[in-house]
Design a protein around this ligand. Structure first.
Ligand SMILES: Cc1cc2nc3c(=O)[nH]c(=O)nc-3n(C[C@H](O)[C@H](O)[C@H](O)COP(=O)(O)OP(=O)(O)OC[C@H]3O[C@@H](n4cnc5c(N)ncnc54)[C@H](O)[C@@H]3O)c2cc1C
Ligand code: FES
Ligand code: FES
Length: 478
């Protein structure tokens, strides 16, 4: 039996753990406010909130319920759009909360199909620790698509919702409940989750093993939805020992279940990579980043996996385990051929580590896709450079979409080492990089176009990291 809290009710279900949360919500619980659009994480119509206790605090994040299996919400609080309604005073009646009212007042809904998803994402914004700015309210709906209203009225609603939250400077749950923004039952959820988890116990979660490893499910449920429902899944996402980001001297060690959002919110990462948040916003959308794990990105082995490209440039290592034996593999040696990796079937990634940069290190990620957001890269590239300002002391350059695997450009990286940064150096580096890649023509562009893109991205790295140098002759390289 899986147990969790759905809105204000405790749920027990004997549905398979691989069953999708979306299907339980709509077909089993008849909560049809949550809509089905794409079933691939792209439209946001199925967005729900997941609350769990992390480091003693109740934390809510939005997720796409169309890619979230029941096993990943065990012991947590699931909130659908129905769970956000306020009681009307008359028993059994409900009224709109101020978030819903803001959408209504601004005419931000027409057919209404996308509206529950927007409301839930805005509620996620209200409950988050983010600064309650208009910009962050807009960022919270980056995974929601509206096909008929147009976005201007939704933007006006976002402004009003941000204003609702701006007076809070204390506990967010107390604020939203005492100001009748969200229903009062949210106040009791923390204690109910503690009680629920002490009954079901975390130990069970850590010792349960299936033969199919699952992180957030954002690749597996898109690729193999039908198969996953009855698969014998090992839910790594819920294993406490695989969570968390920590620093050990100058190493950053990330558990296999660390998500993109975990990285964006980590103080260790913010300090080491001040632009990390900006860079990460080029990758998928808020509800996907909330569940997409870095280990999942590595094992999916897409030649254009954004985080694979990023961590290749940082010379990361993966610790593999079969539960008894462990071995470490450099990410640069992990990819053997298209979708072939140096990992035995029984092995899972336990953690990932890399050396934290120091003041001499610079880092940049570039991505070109047909749309800026929520799109797969045509070509992406990352660079990590240790420099004294004039000389490159060490360099790591990676590139995606230009070969059958995510590539670490060994020759180009070695060439850059111990060289003075000049225009000629960059031109030569671009030429060497061209000899290391083998792009093919496909829907994301012709071979020739991808070659051109990589050249431009390498130049973009230098323009971004050394703006003074690139502008010193009064021109840029592009
Ligand atoms: C709408 C949408 C947008 C997306 N946008 C982007 C994007 O912009 N850039 C990008 O790079 N990707 C993108 N993705 C792809 C996906 O989100 C990422 O690849 C993500 O990091 C996968 O992680 P996951 O935890 O969801 O993987 P899962 O689907 O859970 O697993 C993926 C694979 O990894 C294996 N696995 C997971 N964890 C482990 C482990 N610890 N050890 C061993 N094997 C493991 C699984 O068995 C499976 O084979 C997008 C996906 C969606 C649905
Ligand atoms: S149905 Fe489109 S994101 Fe889930
Ligand atoms: S109101 Fe119709 S899709 Fe948004």
């Amino acid at each position: 039996m899986i147990q969790f809290i759905l809105n204000d009710k405790e749920i027990f279900t004997d549905l398979p753990k691989g069953e999708l949360l979306l299907d339980l919500i709509r077909y089993n619980k008849n909560l049809t406010g949550t809509k089905i659009g794409c079933r691939e994480g792209d439209c946001g119509a199925c967005t729900v909130l997941i609350g769990e206790i992390i480091n003693g605090q109740l934390r809510y994040r939005t997720v796409t319920s169309c890619l979230t299996p029941l096993g990943n919400v065990e012991g947590k609080h699931v909130v659908t759009v129905e769970g956000l309604n306020l009681p009307a005073g008359t028993p059994g009646m409900e009224k709109l909360n101020p978030v819903q009212q803001a959408m209504y007042n601004e005419g931000a809904t027409q057919c209404g199909f996308c509206t529950p998803g927007f409301i839930v994402s805005f509620a996620g914004f209200c409950l988050s620790e983010d600064e309650k700015s208009y910009g962050n309210a807009i960022a919270a709906i980056d995974g929601n698509i509206c096909r008929c209203t147009g976005y201007k009225s939704i933007q006006r609603a976002a402004k009003n919702i941000a204003a609702l939250m701006q007076k809070n400077n204390g506990d967010v749950i107390e604020y939203v409940t005492s100001n009748s923004i969200l229903p009062e039952y949210f106040l009791g959820i923390k204690k109910r989750l503690v009680d629920l988890n002490s009954k079901t116990n975390g130990v069970k979660k850590t010792s349960e093993n299936g033969n199919k490893y699952l992180g957030g499910g954002t690749d597996l449920y898109v690729q193999q939805h039908e198969k996953m429902v009855h698969a014998d899944i090992d839910f790594l996402f819920n294993k406490y020992e695989l969570n968390g980001i920590r620093k050990d001297v100058n190493k950053c060690i990330m558990g296999a279940s660390v998500t993109v959002t975990d990285l964006m919110e980590s103080e260790i990462i913010k300090k080491a990579f001040p632009d990390f948040r900006k860079i990460s916003k080029l990758v998928s959308s808020t509800p996907i980043r909330n569940i997409a794990t870095i280990a999942g990105n590595f094992v999916n082995a897409s030649p254009i996996g954004d985080f694979t490209i990023l961590f290749l440039a940082l010379n990361s290592n993966v610790m593999l385990s079969d539960g008894i034996n462990k071995r470490e593999v450099a990410l640069r040696e992990f990819y053997k051929g298209y979708k072939q990796i140096d990992k035995k079937e029984e092995e899972f990634i336990e953690h990932i580590w890399f050396e934290l940069p120091d003041k001499k290190d610079l880092f940049n990620l570039e991505k070109v896709s047909k749309r800026t957001h929520l799109d797969i890269a045509s070509v992406n590239s990352a660079i990590s450079i240790k420099t004294d300002g004039k000389m490159i002391l060490n360099a790591g350059l990676s590139a995606g979409g230009v070969g059958p695997v995510p590539l670490y450009l060994f020759k180009t990286s070695a060439f850059l080492k111990e060289k003075k940064i000049t225009e000629d150096l960059i031109v030569e580096a671009v030429e060497i990089a061209q000899s290391e890649i083998s792009p093919i023509s496909d829907t994301r562009g012709s071979e020739e176009y991808k070659r051109l893109l990589l050249s431009q991205l390498i130049k973009a790295h230098f323009i971004t990291l050394f703006p003074a140098l690139c502008l010193s002759k009064g021109r840029t390289y592009i």
